[in-house]
Ligand binder design. Structure first.
Ligand SMILES: NC(=O)C1=CN([C@@H]2O[C@H](COP(=O)(O)OP(=O)(O)OC[C@H]3O[C@@H](n4cnc5c(N)ncnc54)[C@H](O)[C@@H]3O)[C@@H](O)[C@H]2O)C=CC1
Ligand SMILES: O=C(CO)COP(=O)(O)O
Length: 348
């Protein structure tokens, strides 16, 4: 039997890349651990003094990753300027809808020339911008300096150093391969991809599809329904992506089908969990509270739908999720409204 990858990798002899991770939640803390295991010198910026103190003194973040021991080299601070000082890599792991305001305030502290990495999986409300667009605008930097990481990456599993792969997407080959090297460990394997649009849309829309799968399961439906929603969900994601200029090969890949499978199948997923609560009859506010953590699909269901409508793309599952979460569509009518649509040929 294969041994689980639980040991900390040995440090490399290359100069240590200095990385700042903005956000001390589940994924920010886990990605900080990946970077540290890959040999980077990592400082986390968090809003919570308590979380930062615990990372510094106990090498744990029990609020977001209970039971996980973090590498001792990781530092954490509530002082953003100190975290960003000298950073060559700036990694952003805060909720999508907070990104613009937070990054605009930190703009002067981001070092010139740093490569900026977005871990966020959402689409901004009101502007319908993808996160790499928001990051570039808020920081006043060229799009080419922004690299996206997205894939089947449930934080908890990676924090346990379970093997997985991811996609590192960027338009600048040097920046993209720098990020891929910086996060490559024996348990975390990055693949590069130049299709930023496709990779980001996959990450944002799979959250909405995971809410739909959760709703179906909360209603008591079985695996036929789950498989139908995932498969037709991938069609929706692909349709939107192609309308926005993405590469068709991205969608069956790790950021597309891979992340859909992980998020729609796992009870660790906040989006899936939130959907289950809705399907079981909780209100949206109750479901958000019961879920905890950031379920990006709640807000992205609306922004993704707006984006789709602006480009004339049909996304019935996304529309049904937005309908249930925000427009008063009764959850028990969701399936019947989807199945009653005019019959059509399979495919895009
Ligand atoms: N948790 C996961 O497994 C994965 C999450 N992601 C994405 O990463 C992003 C962050 O997710 P998580 O870390 O899991 O969320 P989380 O809910 O665990 O943590 C979010 C963190 O952001 C902080 N925060 C909230 N508003 C903020 C603001 N205005 N300024 C600064 N910090 C703020 C919170 O205090 C918290 O520490 C999301 O877009 C999510 O979709 C992507 C891959 C995996
Ligand atoms: O993006 C994720 C896995 O790849 C995490 O999903 P949730 O945000 O639904 O927990």
């Amino acid at each position: 039997m294969t041994e689980p990858l639980t040991t900390e990798p040995t440090a490399t002899t290359e100069p240590r890349l200095r990385a700042a991770v903005l956000g001390s939640g589940a994924w920010g803390t886990t990605f900080a651990m990946v970077l540290a295991d890959a040999g980077c010198d990592v400082t986390i910026w968090g809003r919570s003094q308590q979380v930062c103190d615990q990372i510094m003194s106990e090498h744990r973040n029990s609020r977001n990753l209970p039971g996980i021991r973090l590498p001792e080299s990781i530092r954490a601070t509530t002082d953003a300027a100190a975290a960003l000082d000298g950073a060559e890599l700036v990694v952003i792991a805060i909720p999508s809808q907070s990104a613009r305001e937070t990054l605009t305030a930190l703009r002067a502290d981001v070092p010139d020339g740093a490569v900026v990495v977005s871990l966020m999986k959402g689409v901004e409300l009101e502007t319908d911008r993808r996160m790499s667009e928001v990051v570039a605008e808020a920081l006043g930097i060229d799009d080419a300096r922004v690299v996206v990481v997205s894939g089947p990456n449930l934080a908890r599993e990676i924090a346990e150093r379970q093997p997985t792969a991811t996609v590192v997407a960027g338009t600048d080959a040097a920046a993209t391969s720098l990020v891929a090297r910086a996060c490559s460990t024996p348990y975390f394997r990055p693949y590069t991809n130049a299709d930023v649009v496709g990779v980001e849309l996959c990450g944002a829309v799979k959250n909405v599809i995971a809410v739909a799968v959760g709703i179906a399961q909360g209603c008591g439906y079985g695996l036929n329904t789950t498989a139908t929603v995932i498969t037709r969900g991938l069609v929706e994601i692909t349709r939107l992506g192609l309308a926005l200029g993405a590469n068709v090969e991205t969608f069956p890949g790790l950021a597309g089908m891979g992340d859909l499978m992980a998020t729609c199948a796992s009870p660790l997923s906040r989006n899936h969990t939130l959907g289950k609560h809705i399907g079981a009859g909780l209100t949206l506010d109750e479901a958000i509270t019961a879920t905890g953590g950031t379920a990006e699909g709640v807000k992205s269901s609306r922004s993704v739908l707006e984006l789709a409508r602006a480009h004339g793309v049909e996304m019935p599952i996304t529309a049904a999720v937005a309908g249930v979460l925000h427009e008063g569509l009764p959850v028990e009518e969701m399936a019947s409204s989807l199945l009653a649509r005019p019959k059509r040929a399979e495919g895009l």
